[in-house]
Design a protein around this ligand. Structure first.
Ligand code: SF4
Length: 210
């Protein structure tokens, strides 16, 4: 059984990956996933922000990261202050569709496809129950993988703080962090607390009791 030594990149993924030449040429570093490798909740964004890239930990290092970390704290998934550069997370894992950042543009579809084996590997090893796609791009990418709905039928704004049933996972869409106002963050926390954590959301996937 896998035992975790470190919250950062617990699966020892390649930190010198060059499968996207344009990204490898301008990134400061690869930002692989971070958190509880046995977590029931998996949070997936599009790409590292400048703050996350500088800090080396997903969803940290800037205001956007603080917004997400505050939500995790409110849900009991973090024991740290929202601005902690290395938050102490439990039952949640944070990662991206692409783990290298271009300072001037979002990743291309090819770059997302290049990076998919890393995301797939993390998802298989973590085997989460709940997936939180952050922003429209992550929502559409996960919709292709895990639902039968057409990706363009999803709207992160409209589906924020709702539950979308998928194949093997429930998706809990969240708006892009730039749009996560305090009231939208509260809506998300309230939805998850009252409609998800309050019931048995675990699917029959052979997970051992925590
Ligand atoms: S985005 Fe992913 S696949 Fe592309 S270079 Fe970075 S780690 Fe490798």
């Amino acid at each position: 059984m896998f035992t975790q030594d470190d919250l950062y990149n617990p699966f020892g993924m390649d930190e010198d990956c060059r499968n996207c030449p344009a990204l490898a040429a301008c990134r400061e570093r690869v930002v692989h996933g971070y958190g509880d490798a046995g977590g029931e909740v998996l949070v997936i964004g599009e790409m590292p922000s400048a703050g996350a890239e500088a800090n080396g930990v997903p969803f940290t290092g800037d205001e956007a990261g603080r917004r997400l970390q505050r939500v995790l704290g409110d849900l009991g998934l973090s024991r740290s202050a929202p601005d902690d550069p290395e938050p102490e997370l439990q039952n949640v894992y944070l990662t991206y569709l692409t783990r290298c950042r271009h300072p001037e543009r979002p990743p291309t579809d090819d770059e997302v496809a290049n990076c998919e084996p890393f995301l797939n590997g993390e998802t298989r090893m973590i085997n989460p129950e709940l997936i939180v796609p952050v922003g429209q791009r992550a929502l559409e990418a996960l919709a292709i993988e895990y639902t039968t709905r057409a990706p363009d039928s999803f709207d992160a704004e409209a589906e924020h703080a709702t539950t979308v049933r998928g194949r093997g996972f429930e998706l809990l869409p969240m708006v892009d962090l730039a749009d996560l106002t305090e009231s939208r963050a509260d809506e998300f926390v309230e939805h998850v607390t009252e409609n998800v954590f309050s019931r048995d959301y675990r699917q029959t996937k052979g997970r051992q009791g925590r």
